[in-house]
Design a protein around this ligand. Structure first.
Ligand code: COA
Length: 333
């Protein structure tokens, strides 16, 4: 069977930096609270005509360059996002057009914070079965346009940032490298603990606006923060251990854990629980906040640029988020 390697990575974040102090001018919050509870110092928020697909385009171009392939060598796109340009169609097709690719397939993945690992698992299977040779896997999120920037929304709004990350997943004849395994989970009974209700088919636009005006909370993301936190700190170690057990490895074998950047406190908890050192857990939430499906590919691309991902290293990706969904991937780089 073929092996699927990550041949190239790239990321893009908007230029506009929004600090915690900037947020305190919009709502009743402060730098100290945000840093203490989340570790976030600043995030990027689009302030021009950029979009989920335009950020994905920039990240994809970098990943293609990094992989050293021609864009026409890509034979499939998997695009993970919770913030698509349109309700439909998903942004995979827009990316196909903007990249100027032939009429290759484009699949959209709706798994929020776990979206990139779900997307990677799809790519991994298509490569391993021999269906495709080079797959562009993207995670991109434009959160800032849809957040409640008043004090009412502060528990959610301070956490999220915009950005995109991409990876080229390619066929390799070398079986001792590549994606070793991926592990996917969901628990839909908690779907409404972290959600954006409207507009949707359960809450159409007229229902939201009719007689209530723009202030209906249903148009903003809702998060039961404490509940999400408690589940996250259980599921992260569980799904990392599942991947290790499957591959007969131990946490001491991990060279770098790249967790979804949900909250620095969650990452620190996972680090301790897994018996890892601070250096073994990548973190960039300080700069970008939580970019949902984009957070892992941005972190992976940055870690690579910083020389923290080297050939032969054992890299573990893990995520937890809305759905609830959670996932992990082990990669021999
Ligand atoms: N600034 C200042 N005060 C804030 C605030 C903000 N941005 N957001 C909430 N508060 C206040 C609350 O109103 C509350 O005040 P009260 O005690 O007077 O009622 C107090 O701070 C504590 O709120 P609480 O929600 O209990 O804080 P917390 O310690 O649980 O931290 C989160 C909140 C969101 C940071 C935390 O729950 C969390 O990180 N959860 C997981 C989120 C996550 O990972 N989501 C993405 C999943 S992929």
């Amino acid at each position: 069977m073929n092996s699927a390697i990550i041949k190239g990575t790239g990321y893009y974040v908007p230029e506009n930096i929004v600090t915690n102090d900037d947020l305190s001018k919009l709502m009743d919050t402060n730098d100290e609270w945000i840093i203490e509870r989340t570790g976030i110092k600043e995030r990027r928020w689009i302030n021009n005509d950029e979009s989920t697909s335009s950020m994905a385009l920039e990240a994809s171009k970098k990943a293609i360059k990094d992989a050293g392939i021609d864009k026409h060598d890509i034979d499939f796109i998997v695009f993970a996002t919770l913030s698509p340009d349109y309700y439909f169609p998903g942004p995979g097709v827009t990316l196909q057009k903007e990249l100027g690719l032939n009429t290759i397939g484009a699949l959209d993945v709706r798994n929020q914070c776990s979206g990139f690992i779900y997307a990677l698992s799809v790519a991994d299977q298509y490569i391993k079965t021999g269906m495709y040779n080079n797959i562009l896997v993207v995670g991109s999120e434009y959160h800032s346009g849809g957040l409640d920037k008043t004090t009412r929304g502060r528990g959610v709004t301070v956490i999220f940032g915009d950005g995109a990350g991409a990876a080229i997943v390619s066929k390799s004849p070398n079986n001792d490298r590549g994606i070793l395994s991926t592990h996917l989970h969901s628990q839909g009974e908690h779907a409404e603990e972290l959600t954006l209700i409207g507009p949707s088919t359960r809450r159409w636009v007229p229902e939201i606006f009719d007689g209530k005006g723009k202030d209906d909370e249903a148009i903003y993301p809702y998060m039961n923060g404490t509940f999400v936190f408690k589940h996250a700190v259980t599921r992260f170690p569980e799904v990392i251990n599942e991947a290790l057990t499957k591959n007969k490895l131990q946490s001491t074998d991990i060279d770098l854990l790249i967790p979804h950047q949900a909250n620095l406190r969650i990452s620190q908890f996972v680090q301790k629980k897994m018996g890892l050192s601070e250096n073994q857990v990548f973190s960039n939430i300080q700069k970008y906040g939580n970019t949902t499906a984009a957070s892992i590919p941005i972190a992976l691309a940055e870690a690579k640029l910083e020389g923290k991902v080297k050939k032969g290293d054992l890299i573990c990706l893990a995520a937890f988020g809305s759905g609830f969904t959670w996932a992990s991937a082990l990669i021999r780089w």
